[in-house]
Write a protein that binds this ligand. Structure first.
Ligand SMILES: [Cu+2]
Length: 471
């Protein structure tokens, strides 16, 4: 890890405050030095350097924030600041985040830990941090104006609370949220159980990532912050496929994936080749009686979910949001459906006027993935995931769970594409295909159709001033 430093003692104790408070000059001298990360690569798990032991998580295309122990308190230092995030190779976005990246680093603690988080604001406007899902003193909840004054630019605030319950959490600003979350300010938080927990299994791999979304116009690099629903970049941890790393596991590993949704719509997350259990929700581990095997689970806005499965099928298994528009990049929505249209004549006429005019979409949109179109600089290509058999025709919220027999325990590196055993890949038929059965009837109805005579419906209009009140 770049710039990762060890925190070594020497800091004066800061007494536990009852509410998030501004730090005095004297205390500033004792601030933990902020650790920043310059690459968007998936960093290896950060083994705990002290305190109660736990099995650390791996943040997809992200990292875990180191902490220092100060008189029994785990101290972290978050710096809210503008960052340049490489969202996919060749495509960088001007975002806001924490400690050099968007999303910010994952914070990992153990149930019962007393945690002190210094938040320094290097943004051009005020901010705050809300610890989404945590039990904490009200004054530590991070709602600007409601539970604390905003953290002005240049100022540092201190949050301090005990991580009371184990589970999956997030953090994000609760000040000018629309702007700050549209710009990428968010992070993941995991509280590990302090002892064996009847509802929390031990797993071999524990992955985390946030669902987020941006609206960046082709050729530009800064998200539009007023967008409500029509985002064009659907991302995991501010990365879009093929920029999202694969989740690499060993055959028969027990795998946990924790996902938080900080977009403005729901995402049905779908795993191929395996069934999983939803073992945790916003409130922590789920009761065993509530668990059922699924291959898709919907994650609503503001929710956290953790899924678990036994990776007992070798291969490269797609893992993605099942909304098909969310596995596309740089989508424009004002495109008419042209499938089946023959518009050669129109195209010929337009080409006389505009020599570079290109017809898109008359055979579907798959051609877009293969076409080497000139696009503006710094633009996420529409679909470019390239697999061993050609274009995957996927982008956005898509990755691959790679299950391998000889992936070493603790090895998270990419093993490359799966080598399918002979005779186990769908193949092209040699020769004539047998006649396919086709249903030729127009369709049937459970009940005979009836022609309803049009009825005259009298519309009652209440005129203003007719004595009706109460609106
Ligand atoms: Cu989605």
């Amino acid at each position: 890890m770049t710039n990762r430093r060890n925190f070594l003692g020497g800091a004066g104790a800061i007494t536990g405050a009852l509410a998030a408070a501004s730090v005095s000059k004297v205390a500033m001298a004792a601030l933990p030095e902020p650790v920043t990360q310059s690459t968007p690569n998936t960093m290896p798990p950060l083994m705990p350097s002290g305190g109660r032991p736990y099995n650390p998580v791996v943040t997809l295309n992200g990292w875990t924030l180191p902490w220092r122990m100060n008189n029994g308190v785990k101290e972290f230092h978050l710096v809210a600041e503008p960052v340049v995030r490489e969202m996919a190779p060749g495509f960088k976005a001007n975002l806001w985040g924490y400690n050099g990246q968007s999303p910010g680093p994952t914070i990992e603690v153990v149930e019962g830990d007393r945690v002190r988080i210094f938040v320094t604001n290097k943004l051009p406007e005020h901010t705050s941090v809300h610890w989404h899902g945590q039990r904490l003193p009200n004054g530590m909840d991070g709602v600007s104006g409601l539970t604390q004054p905003p953290i002005r630019p240049g100022k540092t605030f201190v949050y301090e609370f005990v991580a009371r319950r184990p589970g999956t959490f997030m953090y994000h600003p609760h000040a000018d949220e629309m702007t700050q979350m549209a710009m990428g300010m968010m992070g993941f938080w995991v509280t590990h159980p302090k002892a064996e927990h009847p509802l929390i299994e031990k797993v071999d791999r524990d992955f985390v990532f946030l669902l987020n979304a941006y609206d960046v116009e082709p050729g530009s690099a800064t998200p539009k912050i007023m967008t409500m629903l029509d985002f064009n970049l659907w991302s995991w941890n501010s990365r879009i496929f093929p920029g999202i790393d694969s989740l690499n596991v060993r055959l028969n590993d027990k795998v946990r994936i924790r996902i938080g949704n900080l977009t403005m719509t729901n995402h049905p997350m779908h795993l191929h080749g395996h069934e999983f259990l939803v073992t945790g929700t916003d409130g922590g581990p789920t009761p065993k009686t509530s668990r059922q095997y699924e291959v898709t689970t919907d994650i609503a806005v503001g929710q956290m979910r953790q899924i678990e499965f036994l990776a007992d099928e070798e291969g490269d298994w797609a893992f993605h949001c099942h909304k098909s528009h969310h596995t596309m990049n740089a989508m424009g929505h004002d495109v008419p459906t042209l499938i089946g249209l023959d518009h050669k004549d129109v195209a010929r006429q337009i080409t006389n006027l505009v020599p570079d005019y290109m017809v898109m979409g008359e055979r579907g949109m798959a051609d877009m993935g293969e076409m080497e179109m000139p696009i503006p600089d710094n633009t996420a290509r529409m679909m470019t995931g390239e697999g061993p058999f050609g274009s995957v025709e996927m982008g956005g919220m898509f990755s691959v769970v790679k299950v391998r027999r000889n992936q070493k325990p603790g090895d998270y590196s990419n093993p490359g594409w799966f080598k399918h055993p002979k005779g186990t890949v769908a193949y092209e038929l040699d020769g004539q295909a047998p006649e396919a059965s086709r249903r030729r009837e127009a369709g049937a109805a459970a009940m005979p159709a009836q022609n309803m005579p049009a009825k005259n419906i009298e519309v009652q209009i209440r005129k203003p001033g007719s004595g009706h009140t109460g609106h």
